[in-house]
Design a protein around this ligand. Structure first.
Ligand SMILES: *Cc1c(COP(=O)(O)O)cnc(C)c1O
Length: 466
């Protein structure tokens, strides 16, 4: 498989290069040149497989000859052995034809573990083979950081620097990052919001001298391997509910558009998807886009579902590339209009034909949904999941099609919101029960690119490019 940039001006890369690179040098994101195709029979055959085997089967075409099949199979086994549920991503039923995809059984209790546990092993494998090292730089609105740190802690060939917006992640989220004391882990609290952090990371990637000298790599969902690993659960859960014989709908709590884009990729690869519902909180750029065709920035407003508090969705560019027939110049033009004018519009007729639907959910509705879900289905859900449930209900077209809401975090990750909604305070699973008693290590830095860059340069254990 070869990978091309959404903006069409960066070198074509293979899988290994794409994993180690992250953002393309023309500022775009890498995409597979074509979507691997799975027949009905192929999809049916997933029914008898373990999650790890299904992952190996579905993802092998993306790897080309960069990773040996048997080695990759071992990686998927190892990555998913760390999950506390045997099914890795189990499904529970909430009501008639309504289901919850439980993505929170990994080590940091959010869906990002599913991709990052595998990415950590891929780094090890690819780097050890060539005697290389990388410096990982990432921005987090909460969950990416802890999942990435958990996946990279103690790895000899990796130094990881994670920027989070100071005071804007939950205490559980912060502690999951800052209580990891391995010497290759560096937590940076930035005086700013998530978009400031993300903009700084993008700027570091666009500084080619900085990037090359430190062999900088990305674990944000701009890294293709993240999106790729997320494709798997759409298939396995779809099959458990009757695909490929019948279509399935998914409602996806969305921020950076990585998770829902993986669902789109699954549909391109052969999974019958009826609706793909993009659920946002009041930071609703995506919902506005799918309903009006206009993609326009409008500040960030902190919510009780902070992992979706974003102004611009980094993965959205991948979807636009498909919408524009992979016309790199057109995408580069749209992105420069986004920077220059704060937004752009596309032709609505293209969107109306797509499988996407979208809406937003405000704070009151989020709390009410947490409460109702407990009352009606005896299930405690986190605020991100609640956004997915509420918007899924609003956008659902066909009651006879199973609707699966992606439950992206464990309720104990957001105990304040859950307690406010239900009066019940969810407790952390056993392996994390002492989280509030552990020591923290982090540094506060101003919202200033040069200061952050020098901090990273001083601490990364790479002196020159390989
Ligand atoms: C990251 C995250 C999301 C948003 O996912 P995207 O891929 O950025 O759209 C939703 N819910 C939770 C709990 C998350 O951690």
């Amino acid at each position: 498989m070869r990978y091309i940039s959404t903006r069409g001006k960066a070198p074509v890369l293979n899988f290994e290069e794409v994993v180690l690179t992250g953002l393309a040098r023309d500022g775009g994101l890498y995409l597979p040149e074509s979507w691997p195709q799975f027949s009905k029979n192929d999809i049916q055959s997933l029914a008898g497989m373990s999650y790890a085997a299904a992952a190996a089967f579905l993802l092998q075409p993306f790897l080309g000859d960069c990773v040996d099949e048997a080695d990759f199979r071992k990686m998927t086994e190892k990555a998913y052995a760390n999950f506390s549920h045997k099914a890795v991503v189990p499904v529970s039923q909430l009501g008639s034809n309504e289901f919850l995809m439980e993505l929170y059984h990994g080590p940091t209790l959010a869906f990002k573990d599913v991709a990052l546990q595998l990415l950590g092993l891929l780094y090890d494998h690819l780097l050890a083979r060539e005697g290389k090292r990388v410096t990982i730089v990432g921005a987090t609105s909460g969950d990416t950081g802890s999942a990435a740190i958990e996946a990279c802690r103690g790895r000899e060939a990796v130094d990881i620097f994670i920027l989070h917006p100071k005071g804007r992640v939950s205490e559980v989220q912060r502690r999951q990052m800052t209580t990891v004391l391995d010497s290759n882990v560096h937590n940076i609290a930035i005086e700013g919001d998530f978009d400031d952090c993300q903009a700084m990371v993008k700027a570091m990637f666009n500084d080619h001298e900085f990037r090359d000298s430190l062999a900088v790599s990305a674990v944000n969902s701009i890294n293709w391997a993240r999106v790729m690993a997320q494709i798997v659960y759409y298939f396995t859960v779809g099959v458990s509910l009757g695909a490929p014989s019948r279509p399935i709908s998914f409602s996806v709590p969305s921020g950076n558009f990585g998770d829902v884009y993986a669902g789109y990729a699954a549909s391109k690869m052969g999974l019958p998807v009826d609706q793909l519902i993009v659920a946002t909180n009041r930071n609703d750029i995506l919902s506005r886009f799918f309903n009006s065709g206009e993609y326009r920035k409008s500040g960030v407003d902190p919510t009780i579902s902070p992992s979706m508090d974003i102004q611009v969705s980094s993965n959205f560019e991948r979807f636009l590339a498909d919408l524009y027939g992979r016309d790199g110049d057109a995408i580069a033009d749209l992105m420069s209009r986004l920077d220059r004018d704060g937004g752009f519009s596309v032709n609505m007729s293209q969107l109306n034909e797509s499988i996407f639907a979208a809406d937003r959910c405000d704070e009151e509705e989020t709390l009410a949904t947490i409460r109702q879900t407990l009352d009606r289905s005896a299930k405690l859900v986190d605020p991100h999941t609640a956004v997915g449930l509420s918007v899924g209900e609003k956008c659902r077209k066909h009651k006879d099609v199973p609707l699966v809401t992606l439950s992206t975090a464990h309720p104990a990750k957001f105990p304040d919101a859950v307690e406010k909604a239900t009066g019940e305070r969810p407790s952390l699973p056993k392996h994390m029960a002492d989280l509030f008693g552990r020591d923290e290590r982090l540094v506060d830095l101003p919202n200033d690119l040069e200061t952050v860059k020098s901090f990273i340069k001083e601490r990364a254990r790479i002196l020159s490019a390989a």
